[in-house]
Design a protein around this ligand. Structure first.
Ligand code: 4NP
Length: 155
């Protein structure tokens, strides 16, 4: 199996895409999949920061460690480096389409399109939620999407 590279992109790169990165890393390790995984944000506010404490806590609740991750902003070069770029919501997808260079290598997709019954929908941003369980919803959503991605990579 040749190595497949995947970039997950949300707005801040401190909540949803680091959780997607963490889930995908865990699945790749569990199944021995040859994948390169990263995450980034369309925005620049949190560059260099670790994931939001609520995302780190949710990761821990689900047996993952994402404390070591550092936020970065997506760049046009990412479209040359990765095979697939997954946008976590429809606004992220629009923002990525706007910076997609001519001759991009990466296939650009909406992450929820991988979840049966969720085509065209968002992985909802938990950042402004007052309830930490919003982060468990994020984990459940990214797990559902990644289960489908992993099935395809395995096939
Ligand atoms: P994320 O969540 O895109 O899932 O990382 C957000 C993080 C920060 C902000 C918005 C969403 N913010 O406005 O700072």
């Amino acid at each position: 199996m040749t190595e497949h590279s995947i970039l997950f992109v949300c707005l801040g790169n401190i909540c949803r895409s680091p959780l997607a990165e963490g889930v995908m890393q865990a699945e790749a390790k569990r199944l021995g999949l040859p994948v390169k995984i990263d995450s980034a944000g369309t925005g620049d506010w949190h560059i260099g920061r670790a994931p939001d404490p609520r995302a780190r806590a949710a990761a821990k609740r689900h047996g993952m460690d994402i404390e070591y991750l550092k936020a970065r902003q997506v760049t046009p070069e990412d479209f040359m480096q990765f095979d697939t770029i997954y946008a976590l919501d429809q606004q992220n997808l629009k923002d990525l389409q706007a910076i997609r260079p001519e001759g991009a290598r990466a296939e650009l997709k909406l992450l929820a399109d991988e979840i049966p019954g969720r085509v065209g929908t968002d992985i909802v941003d938990p950042y402004y939620s007052e309830d930490d369980s919003a982060f468990d919803v994020t984990v459940a959503d990214v797990k559902a999407a990644i289960a489908a991605i992993v099935n395809k990579l395995h096939a």
